[in-house]
Design a protein around this ligand. Structure first.
Ligand SMILES: C[S@@+](CC[C@H](N)C(=O)[O-])C[C@H]1O[C@@H](n2cnc3c(N)ncnc32)[C@H](O)[C@@H]1O
Length: 214
């Protein structure tokens, strides 16, 4: 039995909370803004303002993307994982479960909303995975610029889209490392890098870019 199977009821509860927290918000946003306006907000420079307004929203990866993270971390035998954008820890739990099932290692998360940091840590403890994870509080441009486990086997990009390319440059990825970038359509500068030399990259599922460093 995998760790993911063991904690399935706990994860069901988190996904239910996530759906409840985000459904009303998504309906309101879709009523108020056009798709182009939403994209402009996500791509815009004021990422602190944007995510401060979203401090109570999970904004979690889908169940499919969460399972993809577990699958990729297991199949790459990942021991060192870095995550940009932890929120309440849904993706982090899937990554930590994979690292545990790979025999142990370290997951470094990052989140600048203090309330989310506290809840993510509580959720990781609830899943029995807290000792594998270091959720770093503060702007990831600073917190991921130091003391990362090296080399990194898997990177999840799920924070502010305009920062994807800068965060990528901070992380010491090994050759063969996998990068999963959620909502990557809103990070065109990042896509230009991973679709260029030194990478193999494919758009995958619903707005995920799946890339491997050569
Ligand atoms: C889409 S949510 C992450 C969802 C999470 N990966 C999950 O699946 O549960 C993005 C999160 O990144 C955080 N964030 C955005 N930019 C950040 C930055 N520069 N540093 C740290 N956290 C950031 C936001 O506060 C928000 O909680």
């Amino acid at each position: 039995m995998t760790t993911l199977t063991q904690i399935a009821p706990f994860l069901d509860g988190l996904f239910a909370q996530s759906a409840a927290s985000d459904a009303a918000f998504r309906a309101q946003v879709n009523q108020q803004y056009s798709h182009d306006e939403i994209d402009a907000l996500i791509r815009g420079g004021d990422y602190i303002g944007l995510y401060t307004r979203l401090k109570d929203n999970f904004l979690a990866v889908s169940r499919e993307t969460a399972n993809l993270l577990y699958l990729l971390a297991r199949s790459t035998k990942a021991r060192h994982v870095v995550e940009f954008g932890t929120s309440f820890g849904v993706s982090t739990i899937h990554l930590a479960a994979a690292v545990k099932d790979n025999g142990g290692g370290r997951v470094v998360g990052s989140e600048f909303e203090p309330g989310k940091v506290a809840q993510a840590r509580a959720n990781l403890a609830g899943a029995g995975l807290a000792e594998l994870v270091d959720v770093r509080a503060g702007d990831a441009l600073e917190t991921l610029a130091r003391d990362l486990p090296s080399p990194v086997d898997l990177l999840l990009l799920d924070g502010a889209k305009p920062l994807y390319a800068q965060i990528l440059a901070l992380v010491p990825l090994r050759s063969g490392a996998v990068v999963v970038a959620d909502n990557a359509d809103n990070a065109p500068d990042y896509l230009a890098i991973v679709r260029g030399p030194g990478w193999v990259s494919v758009p995958f599922a619903d707005d995920v870019e799946l890339s491997m460093k050569l």
